[in-house]
Design a protein around this ligand. Structure first.
Ligand code: SAH
Ligand code: SF4
Ligand code: F3S
Length: 457
Protein backbone atom coordinates (compact mmCIF):
# COMPACT_ATOMS: atom_id res chain seq x y z
CA UNK A 1 0.00 0.00 0.00
CA UNK A 2 1.44 3.40 -0.92
CA UNK A 3 1.60 5.88 1.92
CA UNK A 4 0.13 9.33 1.51
CA UNK A 5 2.29 12.45 1.78
CA UNK A 6 0.84 15.94 2.06
CA UNK A 7 3.27 18.87 1.85
CA UNK A 8 2.19 22.46 2.43
CA UNK A 9 4.72 25.10 1.41
CA UNK A 10 5.03 28.63 2.78
CA UNK A 11 7.49 31.41 1.99
CA UNK A 12 9.93 31.81 -0.85
CA UNK A 13 10.68 29.81 -4.00
CA UNK A 14 13.55 28.07 -2.25
CA UNK A 15 10.99 26.41 -0.03
CA UNK A 16 9.03 25.38 -3.14
CA UNK A 17 12.20 23.77 -4.49
CA UNK A 18 12.94 22.09 -1.15
CA UNK A 19 9.40 20.68 -0.92
CA UNK A 20 9.87 19.06 -4.34
CA UNK A 21 13.11 17.50 -3.20
CA UNK A 22 11.50 16.21 0.00
CA UNK A 23 8.88 14.45 -2.11
CA UNK A 24 11.72 12.97 -4.25
CA UNK A 25 13.48 11.73 -1.09
CA UNK A 26 10.38 10.09 0.32
CA UNK A 27 9.14 8.49 -2.92
CA UNK A 28 11.45 5.42 -2.60
CA UNK A 29 9.90 4.81 0.84
CA UNK A 30 6.49 4.47 -0.77
CA UNK A 31 5.15 7.97 -0.12
CA UNK A 32 2.90 9.41 -2.82
CA UNK A 33 1.82 13.06 -2.85
CA UNK A 34 -1.82 13.91 -2.08
CA UNK A 35 -3.61 17.23 -2.35
CA UNK A 36 -5.31 17.30 1.07
CA UNK A 37 -4.13 16.45 4.59
CA UNK A 38 -7.17 14.23 5.32
CA UNK A 39 -6.00 10.65 5.57
CA UNK A 40 -2.33 11.50 5.00
CA UNK A 41 0.29 9.30 6.67
CA UNK A 42 2.83 12.11 6.70
CA UNK A 43 2.12 15.83 6.66
CA UNK A 44 5.03 18.21 6.16
CA UNK A 45 4.64 21.94 6.73
CA UNK A 46 7.56 23.64 5.01
CA UNK A 47 7.58 26.95 6.82
CA UNK A 48 8.72 30.58 6.56
CA UNK A 49 9.96 32.81 9.38
CA UNK A 50 10.52 36.04 7.46
CA UNK A 51 7.71 38.05 9.10
CA UNK A 52 5.66 37.41 12.23
CA UNK A 53 2.48 36.73 10.25
CA UNK A 54 4.25 34.11 8.14
CA UNK A 55 5.46 32.27 11.24
CA UNK A 56 2.09 32.41 13.01
CA UNK A 57 0.35 30.73 10.06
CA UNK A 58 2.19 27.54 10.96
CA UNK A 59 0.69 27.37 14.44
CA UNK A 60 -2.82 27.97 13.04
CA UNK A 61 -2.29 25.15 10.55
CA UNK A 62 -1.07 22.84 13.33
CA UNK A 63 -4.27 23.67 15.20
CA UNK A 64 -6.32 22.60 12.17
CA UNK A 65 -4.32 19.38 11.77
CA UNK A 66 -4.78 18.23 15.36
CA UNK A 67 -8.35 16.90 15.01
CA UNK A 68 -7.36 15.12 11.76
CA UNK A 69 -4.50 13.43 13.55
CA UNK A 70 -6.75 12.45 16.47
CA UNK A 71 -9.39 11.08 14.12
CA UNK A 72 -6.74 9.02 12.36
CA UNK A 73 -5.54 7.60 15.70
CA UNK A 74 -9.12 6.71 16.69
CA UNK A 75 -9.35 4.62 13.53
CA UNK A 76 -6.15 2.82 14.49
CA UNK A 77 -3.86 4.67 12.05
CA UNK A 78 -1.17 7.27 12.49
CA UNK A 79 -0.67 10.67 10.91
CA UNK A 80 2.84 11.89 11.42
CA UNK A 81 3.28 15.68 11.43
CA UNK A 82 6.63 17.17 10.45
CA UNK A 83 7.61 20.83 10.46
CA UNK A 84 10.41 21.78 8.07
CA UNK A 85 11.86 25.07 6.83
CA UNK A 86 12.75 28.31 8.54
CA UNK A 87 10.31 28.26 11.50
CA UNK A 88 11.56 24.76 12.31
CA UNK A 89 15.12 26.07 12.30
CA UNK A 90 14.36 29.18 14.35
CA UNK A 91 11.91 27.80 16.88
CA UNK A 92 12.60 24.05 16.99
CA UNK A 93 12.71 23.54 20.76
CA UNK A 94 9.98 26.09 21.48
CA UNK A 95 7.75 24.49 18.92
CA UNK A 96 7.91 21.10 20.61
CA UNK A 97 6.66 22.73 23.80
CA UNK A 98 4.05 24.91 22.10
CA UNK A 99 2.68 22.32 19.65
CA UNK A 100 2.89 18.76 21.03
CA UNK A 101 1.05 17.58 17.92
CA UNK A 102 4.39 17.81 16.06
CA UNK A 103 6.34 14.52 15.65
CA UNK A 104 9.33 15.73 13.69
CA UNK A 105 11.22 18.99 13.24
CA UNK A 106 13.78 19.35 10.48
CA UNK A 107 15.74 22.41 9.36
CA UNK A 108 16.46 23.59 5.80
CA UNK A 109 20.00 22.15 5.80
CA UNK A 110 19.18 18.69 7.15
CA UNK A 111 16.12 17.59 5.24
CA UNK A 112 18.23 15.15 3.20
CA UNK A 113 18.08 13.06 6.40
CA UNK A 114 14.27 12.84 6.24
CA UNK A 115 14.02 9.10 5.51
CA UNK A 116 16.07 8.29 8.60
CA UNK A 117 14.28 10.94 10.70
CA UNK A 118 10.85 9.65 9.72
CA UNK A 119 11.91 6.13 10.73
CA UNK A 120 13.20 7.44 14.06
CA UNK A 121 10.02 9.42 14.67
CA UNK A 122 7.99 6.25 14.13
CA UNK A 123 9.86 4.59 16.98
CA UNK A 124 10.24 7.61 19.27
CA UNK A 125 7.95 8.50 22.13
CA UNK A 126 8.41 12.29 21.83
CA UNK A 127 9.28 14.57 18.93
CA UNK A 128 12.46 14.10 16.90
CA UNK A 129 14.47 17.25 16.14
CA UNK A 130 17.25 17.88 13.62
CA UNK A 131 18.19 21.51 13.08
CA UNK A 132 21.95 21.11 12.63
CA UNK A 133 24.04 23.01 10.17
CA UNK A 134 25.90 19.88 9.06
CA UNK A 135 29.34 19.98 7.47
CA UNK A 136 28.11 17.83 4.58
CA UNK A 137 25.98 19.54 1.94
CA UNK A 138 22.42 18.30 1.63
CA UNK A 139 22.79 18.61 -2.15
CA UNK A 140 25.29 15.75 -2.15
CA UNK A 141 22.71 13.52 -0.48
CA UNK A 142 19.59 14.30 -2.46
CA UNK A 143 18.40 11.80 -5.07
CA UNK A 144 19.05 12.68 -8.69
CA UNK A 145 15.59 12.33 -10.06
CA UNK A 146 13.29 15.23 -9.64
CA UNK A 147 9.59 15.22 -10.23
CA UNK A 148 9.02 17.76 -13.01
CA UNK A 149 5.81 19.73 -12.95
CA UNK A 150 5.32 21.39 -16.33
CA UNK A 151 7.70 23.30 -18.61
CA UNK A 152 9.14 25.62 -15.94
CA UNK A 153 11.30 24.60 -12.99
CA UNK A 154 13.24 26.02 -10.08
CA UNK A 155 16.85 25.04 -9.50
CA UNK A 156 18.55 26.01 -6.22
CA UNK A 157 22.18 26.90 -6.88
CA UNK A 158 23.06 28.87 -3.77
CA UNK A 159 21.91 28.80 -0.17
CA UNK A 160 22.21 30.92 2.90
CA UNK A 161 23.37 34.46 3.42
CA UNK A 162 26.37 36.21 4.97
CA UNK A 163 24.99 39.74 4.54
CA UNK A 164 23.18 40.11 7.87
CA UNK A 165 20.75 42.90 7.04
CA UNK A 166 19.66 43.98 10.50
CA UNK A 167 15.97 43.12 9.94
CA UNK A 168 16.39 39.67 8.44
CA UNK A 169 16.25 36.11 9.83
CA UNK A 170 17.62 34.36 6.75
CA UNK A 171 21.30 34.24 7.83
CA UNK A 172 20.13 32.51 11.03
CA UNK A 173 17.60 30.12 9.50
CA UNK A 174 19.48 29.14 6.34
CA UNK A 175 23.02 29.49 7.61
CA UNK A 176 26.18 30.62 5.83
CA UNK A 177 26.41 31.30 2.14
CA UNK A 178 27.12 28.21 0.06
CA UNK A 179 27.41 27.81 -3.73
CA UNK A 180 26.84 24.46 -5.42
CA UNK A 181 29.56 23.42 -7.89
CA UNK A 182 28.88 24.31 -11.54
CA UNK A 183 29.02 20.68 -12.71
CA UNK A 184 26.19 19.65 -10.36
CA UNK A 185 24.07 22.60 -11.49
CA UNK A 186 24.66 21.91 -15.19
CA UNK A 187 23.84 18.23 -14.70
CA UNK A 188 20.60 19.08 -12.90
CA UNK A 189 19.68 21.58 -15.63
CA UNK A 190 20.26 18.94 -18.33
CA UNK A 191 18.08 16.45 -16.46
CA UNK A 192 15.30 19.02 -16.14
CA UNK A 193 15.45 19.81 -19.86
CA UNK A 194 15.42 16.10 -20.71
CA UNK A 195 12.23 15.83 -18.63
CA UNK A 196 10.56 18.57 -20.68
CA UNK A 197 11.55 21.80 -18.94
CA UNK A 198 12.06 24.84 -21.20
CA UNK A 199 12.59 27.54 -18.56
CA UNK A 200 14.72 27.34 -15.42
CA UNK A 201 14.71 29.87 -12.61
CA UNK A 202 17.95 29.69 -10.65
CA UNK A 203 17.36 30.18 -6.95
CA UNK A 204 19.34 31.46 -4.00
CA UNK A 205 18.79 33.81 -1.08
CA UNK A 206 21.61 35.75 -2.73
CA UNK A 207 21.67 34.05 -6.07
CA UNK A 208 24.00 36.54 -7.75
CA UNK A 209 26.57 36.03 -4.98
CA UNK A 210 27.01 32.54 -6.46
CA UNK A 211 30.65 31.81 -7.21
CA UNK A 212 31.55 28.20 -7.52
CA UNK A 213 33.90 25.56 -8.56
CA UNK A 214 34.00 25.27 -12.36
CA UNK A 215 33.73 21.82 -13.98
CA UNK A 216 37.47 21.73 -14.76
CA UNK A 217 38.53 23.29 -11.44
CA UNK A 218 39.05 27.01 -10.88
CA UNK A 219 36.41 29.44 -9.78
CA UNK A 220 33.48 30.58 -11.92
CA UNK A 221 31.51 33.80 -11.62
CA UNK A 222 27.72 33.76 -11.73
CA UNK A 223 27.81 35.30 -15.23
CA UNK A 224 30.05 32.46 -16.42
CA UNK A 225 27.57 29.94 -15.05
CA UNK A 226 24.75 31.70 -16.94
CA UNK A 227 26.75 31.53 -20.17
CA UNK A 228 27.34 27.80 -19.63
CA UNK A 229 23.65 27.16 -18.90
CA UNK A 230 22.70 29.05 -22.06
CA UNK A 231 24.62 26.37 -23.99
CA UNK A 232 22.38 23.56 -22.69
CA UNK A 233 20.40 22.48 -25.78
CA UNK A 234 16.64 22.88 -25.29
CA UNK A 235 16.95 25.30 -22.38
CA UNK A 236 15.08 28.24 -23.88
CA UNK A 237 14.71 30.58 -20.97
CA UNK A 238 16.74 31.45 -17.88
CA UNK A 239 15.80 33.56 -14.90
CA UNK A 240 17.34 34.03 -11.47
CA UNK A 241 16.14 35.28 -8.11
CA UNK A 242 16.75 36.85 -5.54
CA UNK A 243 19.64 39.20 -6.13
CA UNK A 244 21.45 41.69 -3.97
CA UNK A 245 22.53 45.03 -5.49
CA UNK A 246 26.05 44.56 -4.08
CA UNK A 247 26.56 41.42 -6.16
CA UNK A 248 25.57 42.82 -9.58
CA UNK A 249 29.06 42.32 -11.05
CA UNK A 250 30.09 43.93 -14.34
CA UNK A 251 30.10 40.62 -16.22
CA UNK A 252 26.62 39.85 -14.89
CA UNK A 253 25.27 43.20 -16.10
CA UNK A 254 26.90 42.58 -19.49
CA UNK A 255 25.36 39.08 -19.61
CA UNK A 256 21.91 40.69 -19.68
CA UNK A 257 22.76 42.19 -23.06
CA UNK A 258 24.45 39.07 -24.40
CA UNK A 259 22.55 35.98 -23.36
CA UNK A 260 19.39 35.57 -25.41
CA UNK A 261 17.94 32.99 -23.03
CA UNK A 262 18.25 35.35 -20.06
CA UNK A 263 14.81 36.93 -19.71
CA UNK A 264 14.50 40.72 -19.38
CA UNK A 265 13.17 40.75 -15.84
CA UNK A 266 15.22 41.34 -12.70
CA UNK A 267 14.11 41.21 -9.09
CA UNK A 268 16.59 43.43 -7.29
CA UNK A 269 15.42 44.45 -3.80
CA UNK A 270 16.49 47.85 -2.49
CA UNK A 271 14.31 47.93 0.69
CA UNK A 272 14.43 51.73 1.18
CA UNK A 273 15.27 54.94 -0.65
CA UNK A 274 16.76 56.65 2.41
CA UNK A 275 20.53 56.45 2.93
CA UNK A 276 20.16 56.69 6.72
CA UNK A 277 17.76 53.74 6.75
CA UNK A 278 19.84 51.74 4.27
CA UNK A 279 22.80 52.25 6.59
CA UNK A 280 20.82 51.17 9.65
CA UNK A 281 19.67 48.12 7.67
CA UNK A 282 23.32 47.26 6.93
CA UNK A 283 22.53 47.10 3.21
CA UNK A 284 25.93 48.56 2.32
CA UNK A 285 24.69 50.53 -0.68
CA UNK A 286 23.15 53.99 -1.01
CA UNK A 287 19.99 54.99 -2.89
CA UNK A 288 22.16 56.60 -5.58
CA UNK A 289 24.26 53.43 -5.89
CA UNK A 290 21.01 51.67 -6.71
CA UNK A 291 19.96 54.34 -9.24
CA UNK A 292 23.31 54.11 -11.01
CA UNK A 293 23.18 50.34 -10.99
CA UNK A 294 19.75 50.25 -12.63
CA UNK A 295 20.97 52.74 -15.22
CA UNK A 296 23.85 50.42 -16.11
CA UNK A 297 21.59 47.36 -16.25
CA UNK A 298 19.23 49.26 -18.55
CA UNK A 299 22.24 50.25 -20.62
CA UNK A 300 22.92 46.55 -21.22
CA UNK A 301 19.28 45.55 -21.67
CA UNK A 302 17.04 48.58 -22.33
CA UNK A 303 13.71 46.75 -22.07
CA UNK A 304 14.48 45.04 -18.75
CA UNK A 305 11.54 45.01 -16.31
CA UNK A 306 12.71 45.89 -12.81
CA UNK A 307 11.13 44.35 -9.73
CA UNK A 308 11.81 45.16 -6.09
CA UNK A 309 11.14 44.59 -2.38
CA UNK A 310 10.51 47.39 0.12
CA UNK A 311 10.17 47.56 3.88
CA UNK A 312 8.28 50.48 5.43
CA UNK A 313 8.46 51.45 9.07
CA UNK A 314 11.95 50.19 9.77
CA UNK A 315 12.98 51.46 13.27
CA UNK A 316 13.78 55.18 13.15
CA UNK A 317 12.20 55.74 9.70
CA UNK A 318 11.06 59.39 9.60
CA UNK A 319 8.56 60.99 7.20
CA UNK A 320 11.53 62.35 5.23
CA UNK A 321 13.07 58.86 5.01
CA UNK A 322 9.80 57.52 3.68
CA UNK A 323 9.49 60.35 1.13
CA UNK A 324 12.98 59.38 -0.09
CA UNK A 325 11.64 55.88 -0.75
CA UNK A 326 8.72 57.28 -2.76
CA UNK A 327 11.20 59.42 -4.69
CA UNK A 328 13.36 56.42 -5.54
CA UNK A 329 10.30 54.52 -6.77
CA UNK A 330 9.27 57.48 -8.97
CA UNK A 331 12.80 57.78 -10.36
CA UNK A 332 13.21 54.11 -11.26
CA UNK A 333 9.74 52.94 -12.34
CA UNK A 334 9.13 49.32 -11.35
CA UNK A 335 7.22 46.77 -13.37
CA UNK A 336 6.33 44.95 -10.16
CA UNK A 337 7.21 45.05 -6.48
CA UNK A 338 6.52 43.59 -3.07
CA UNK A 339 6.26 45.85 -0.06
CA UNK A 340 5.98 44.97 3.60
CA UNK A 341 5.57 46.56 7.00
CA UNK A 342 8.67 46.05 9.08
CA UNK A 343 8.17 43.05 11.35
CA UNK A 344 10.56 42.73 14.31
CA UNK A 345 12.12 39.27 14.22
CA UNK A 346 13.51 37.61 17.33
CA UNK A 347 17.31 37.60 17.46
CA UNK A 348 17.84 40.21 14.72
CA UNK A 349 19.61 43.48 15.66
CA UNK A 350 16.80 45.82 14.51
CA UNK A 351 14.19 44.12 16.69
CA UNK A 352 15.94 45.48 19.78
CA UNK A 353 15.95 49.07 18.45
CA UNK A 354 14.20 51.56 20.71
CA UNK A 355 12.72 53.72 17.94
CA UNK A 356 10.09 51.31 16.62
CA UNK A 357 7.57 52.94 14.27
CA UNK A 358 3.93 53.09 15.26
CA UNK A 359 1.69 50.48 13.62
CA UNK A 360 -0.75 53.04 12.17
CA UNK A 361 2.14 54.99 10.62
CA UNK A 362 3.43 51.78 9.07
CA UNK A 363 -0.02 51.08 7.61
CA UNK A 364 -0.33 54.59 6.15
CA UNK A 365 3.12 54.40 4.58
CA UNK A 366 2.46 50.96 3.16
CA UNK A 367 -0.79 52.14 1.58
CA UNK A 368 0.90 55.18 0.00
CA UNK A 369 3.79 53.13 -1.33
CA UNK A 370 1.53 50.41 -2.69
CA UNK A 371 -0.59 52.99 -4.48
CA UNK A 372 2.46 54.32 -6.30
CA UNK A 373 3.85 50.86 -7.07
CA UNK A 374 0.40 49.69 -8.19
CA UNK A 375 0.13 52.59 -10.64
CA UNK A 376 3.57 51.77 -12.08
CA UNK A 377 2.63 48.11 -12.39
CA UNK A 378 -0.62 48.98 -14.22
CA UNK A 379 1.18 51.38 -16.54
CA UNK A 380 3.76 48.73 -17.37
CA UNK A 381 1.08 46.16 -18.16
CA UNK A 382 -0.93 48.65 -20.24
CA UNK A 383 2.17 49.47 -22.28
CA UNK A 384 2.03 45.86 -23.56
CA UNK A 385 -1.40 46.22 -25.21
CA UNK A 386 -1.08 45.83 -28.97
CA UNK A 387 2.38 44.27 -28.72
CA UNK A 388 3.23 40.69 -29.65
CA UNK A 389 5.12 38.83 -26.96
CA UNK A 390 6.64 35.36 -26.93
CA UNK A 391 4.71 33.41 -24.29
CA UNK A 392 5.77 30.08 -22.79
CA UNK A 393 2.52 28.25 -22.08
CA UNK A 394 2.77 26.45 -18.76
CA UNK A 395 -0.74 25.56 -17.52
CA UNK A 396 -4.42 25.35 -18.43
CA UNK A 397 -6.62 28.39 -17.87
CA UNK A 398 -9.89 28.49 -15.98
CA UNK A 399 -11.90 28.44 -19.17
CA UNK A 400 -11.96 25.54 -21.59
CA UNK A 401 -9.44 25.84 -24.38
CA UNK A 402 -7.39 28.47 -22.58
CA UNK A 403 -3.69 28.23 -21.86
CA UNK A 404 -1.73 30.46 -19.47
CA UNK A 405 1.93 31.28 -19.80
CA UNK A 406 4.51 33.92 -19.04
CA UNK A 407 5.83 36.78 -21.13
CA UNK A 408 9.58 37.50 -21.04
CA UNK A 409 8.71 40.12 -18.38
CA UNK A 410 7.12 37.44 -16.16
CA UNK A 411 3.59 38.66 -16.78
CA UNK A 412 0.89 35.98 -16.80
CA UNK A 413 -0.68 35.92 -20.28
CA UNK A 414 -3.72 33.86 -21.26
CA UNK A 415 -5.11 33.05 -24.66
CA UNK A 416 -7.28 30.51 -26.43
CA UNK A 417 -4.78 27.96 -27.67
CA UNK A 418 -4.59 24.30 -28.68
CA UNK A 419 -3.46 21.97 -25.85
CA UNK A 420 -0.52 20.92 -28.05
CA UNK A 421 0.99 24.37 -27.49
CA UNK A 422 1.57 23.59 -23.81
CA UNK A 423 5.29 23.88 -23.10
CA UNK A 424 5.91 25.82 -26.30
CA UNK A 425 6.91 29.44 -26.81
CA UNK A 426 4.28 31.08 -28.96
CA UNK A 427 3.80 34.68 -30.16
CA UNK A 428 0.74 36.21 -28.52
CA UNK A 429 -0.71 39.63 -29.25
CA UNK A 430 -1.82 41.39 -26.08
CA UNK A 431 -5.42 42.61 -26.30
CA UNK A 432 -6.08 43.81 -22.77
CA UNK A 433 -4.25 44.45 -19.50
CA UNK A 434 -6.03 43.11 -16.39
CA UNK A 435 -4.82 43.80 -12.83
CA UNK A 436 -2.75 40.60 -12.59
CA UNK A 437 -2.58 39.26 -16.10
CA UNK A 438 -2.70 40.06 -19.80
CA UNK A 439 -5.39 38.78 -22.14
CA UNK A 440 -4.07 37.90 -25.57
CA UNK A 441 -4.73 36.13 -28.83
CA UNK A 442 -2.45 33.88 -30.83
CA UNK A 443 -0.87 35.69 -33.72
CA UNK A 444 -1.95 34.03 -36.99
CA UNK A 445 1.42 34.48 -38.73
CA UNK A 446 2.96 32.68 -35.78
CA UNK A 447 6.23 30.88 -36.58
CA UNK A 448 8.31 33.84 -37.70
CA UNK A 449 8.47 35.65 -34.36
CA UNK A 450 11.15 34.39 -32.03
CA UNK A 451 11.16 34.92 -28.29
CA UNK A 452 14.37 36.87 -28.64
CA UNK A 453 12.94 39.58 -30.82
CA UNK A 454 13.17 42.06 -27.97
CA UNK A 455 16.93 41.77 -27.47
CA UNK A 456 18.65 45.07 -28.06
CA UNK A 457 15.33 46.74 -28.84
N1 SAH B 1 17.52 37.68 -0.06
C1 SAH B 1 16.61 38.64 -0.47
C2 SAH B 1 15.36 38.76 0.35
C3 SAH B 1 14.89 37.67 1.21
S1 SAH B 1 13.50 38.00 2.18
C4 SAH B 1 17.30 39.99 -0.47
O1 SAH B 1 18.37 40.15 0.03
O2 SAH B 1 16.74 40.93 -0.94
C5 SAH B 1 12.32 38.72 1.08
C6 SAH B 1 11.90 40.08 1.48
O3 SAH B 1 11.21 40.07 2.71
C7 SAH B 1 13.04 41.05 1.68
O4 SAH B 1 13.52 41.58 0.49
C8 SAH B 1 12.40 42.10 2.55
O5 SAH B 1 11.80 43.12 1.78
C9 SAH B 1 11.31 41.34 3.31
N2 SAH B 1 11.67 41.18 4.71
C10 SAH B 1 12.70 40.51 5.24
N3 SAH B 1 12.72 40.62 6.58
C11 SAH B 1 11.66 41.40 6.92
C12 SAH B 1 11.14 41.89 8.15
N4 SAH B 1 11.73 41.63 9.29
N5 SAH B 1 10.03 42.66 8.10
C13 SAH B 1 9.43 42.94 6.93
N6 SAH B 1 9.87 42.52 5.75
C14 SAH B 1 10.97 41.74 5.73
FE1 SF4 C 1 18.16 38.78 4.34
FE2 SF4 C 1 19.74 40.77 3.64
FE3 SF4 C 1 20.55 38.25 3.34
FE4 SF4 C 1 18.61 39.24 1.79
S1 SF4 C 1 20.76 39.94 1.87
S2 SF4 C 1 18.62 37.26 2.80
S3 SF4 C 1 17.54 40.60 3.16
S4 SF4 C 1 20.16 39.28 5.27
FE1 F3S D 1 10.93 32.48 4.46
FE2 F3S D 1 13.05 31.06 4.94
FE3 F3S D 1 12.44 31.73 2.47
S1 F3S D 1 12.30 32.69 6.18
S2 F3S D 1 11.45 33.69 2.75
S3 F3S D 1 11.26 30.42 3.77
S4 F3S D 1 14.47 31.59 3.35
Amino acid sequence: MPKKLFIKTYGCQMNVYDSGRMADLLAPLGYEATLTPEGADLVILNTCHIREKAAEKVYSELGRLRPLKEERARLGGRMMIAVAGCVAQAEGEEMIARAPVVDLIVGPQTYHRLPELVARAHRAAGAVLDTDFPSESKFDHLPETQAVDGPTAFLSIQEGCDKFCTFCVVPYTRGAEFSRPAAAILAEARRLVAAGVAEITLLGQNVNAWHGEGPGGGSWSFARLLHALAEVPGLERLRYTTSHPRDMADDLIAAHGRIEQLMPYLHLPVQSGSDAILKAMNRRHSADDYRRLVERIRGARPDIAMSCDFIVGFPGESDADFVATLKLVSDIGFASAFSFKYSPRPGTPASGEARQVDETVKSERLAALQQLLGAQHDAFNHSMVGRTLPVLFERHGRQDGQLIGRSPYLQAVYATAAPALMGRIVPVTVLEAKPNSLAGALTPAAGAVSQHMEVGA
